[in-house]
Design a protein around this ligand. Structure first.
Ligand SMILES: Nc1nc2c(ncn2[C@@H]2O[C@H](COP(=O)(O)OP(=O)(O)O)[C@@H](O)[C@H]2O)c(=O)[nH]1
Ligand SMILES: [Mg+2]
Ligand SMILES: [Zn+2]
Length: 296
């Protein structure tokens, strides 16, 4: 069976790319009755109503592989988490939180440190060590000179990818560098204008030359950890898993328990101190948030 993919949704209309053609589609009433809303990124079966006018109807939605809330997009497979080496300096705890949320959403992650031309103090090597040890691919790019762009685009081939990261790190510049056809607005002023418009803007997919698809709105912009249970957090630190299996207690939180192999691995250097500290910091924050919300 042939499926198209929803690239854009506006006011009850869905723009479905099917056989290299975009059809403007409505969804069958049954979806509303089932309380299912088609999402950008959904793989759908359509009937064509009018080949000339390119009109169709969505008949069926394929089971979603993933479902992101912010932005609301289905079937995203991976996140490129972008920070810049300078201007602005990376906020490491924010990066660790984004990693937790990406793991929680079931996404593959690639970490990209952009603005390598500003790395006069060689900070990248330190970041690379921390996150490679944690098991993530780490890239160094310069959107302006084109360094690392080829490697970055290889990661995008044939997948739906969301570019996440704080404003001003160079996400739009990277996308423009990857794909000649793009002319996404960059820079601080356009960023402000965009933010003003954001309430009415919808997520949209962009197709790359290499068959990759990217989401044009940054993911994980509001970073609430409220969806994460304290006991669950350790699962989202992939480098804790192996050592964690050997802790004395099955439900070890890797904080104060005796016989904790994760803490042991931190001592022996198998797990970096930076990531372990981030785990403790985020765990404390989750517990605090929960205590506060219970009080109300
Ligand atoms: N020096 C330097 N500046 C960059 C680089 N990439 C982007 N910029 C600049 O950083 C600013 C923010 O870039 P933009 O792509 O809008 O960031 P976004 O908010 O993450 O989409 C712009 O002024 C860009 O020209 C880079 O690799 N090196
Ligand atoms: Mg941008
Ligand atoms: Zn432990």
């Amino acid at each position: 069976m042939d499926y198209g993919i929803i690239f854009k949704g506006i006011g009850g209309f869905y723009y479905v790319k099917y056989n290299q053609t975009v059809y403007e589609c409505k969804a069958r009433g049954k979806f509303k009755n089932q309380k299912v809303t088609p999402l950008v990124g959904d793989y759908v079966k359509i009937s064509i109503l009018d080949e000339e006018e390119k009109l169709g109807v969505i008949e069926e939605i394929l089971e979603r592989r993933t479902e992101l809330l912010r932005p609301s997009v289905a079937n995203v497979e991976q996140a490129i988490i972008v920070f810049s080496i300078k201007n602005p300096l990376p906020n490491m705890i924010l990066l660790d939180k984004m990693l937790v949320l990406a793991e929680h959403s079931g996404l593959e992650v690639i970490i990209c440190f952009n603005k390598s031309d500003l790395d006069v103090d060689f900070d990248y090597d330190k970041y690379e060590h921390i996150y490679r040890s944690a098991g993530y691919p780490v890239l160094k790019t310069c959107a302006i000179q084109g360094d690392g762009i080829e490697e970055l685009s290889q990661y995008l081939e044939g997948k739906i990818t969301v570019f996440s990261g704080p404003s001003g790190v160079g996400k739009s510049s990277l996308l423009n560098a990857i794909h000649e056809g793009f002319s996404l607005q960059t820079g601080e002023i356009s960023e402000k204008i965009k933010r003003g418009k954001h309430t009415t803007r919808h997520s949209e997919l962009l197709e790359l030359n290499n068959g990759g698809i990217v989401v044009d709105t940054p993911g994980f912009t509001s970073l609430s950890m409220m969806e994460i249970e304290p006991e669950e957090l350790k699962v989202y630190f992939p480098e804790f898993r192996e050592a964690g299996d050997n802790c004395r207690f099955d439900n070890c939180m890797h904080v104060n328990e005796p016989g904790c192999e994760v803490k042991e691995a931190v001592e022996s250097g198998g797990i970096t101190r930076e990531r372990y500290d981030a785990y403790q910091y985020i765990l404390t924050e989750i517990n605090d948030q929960r205590r506060k919300s219970k009080r109300w």
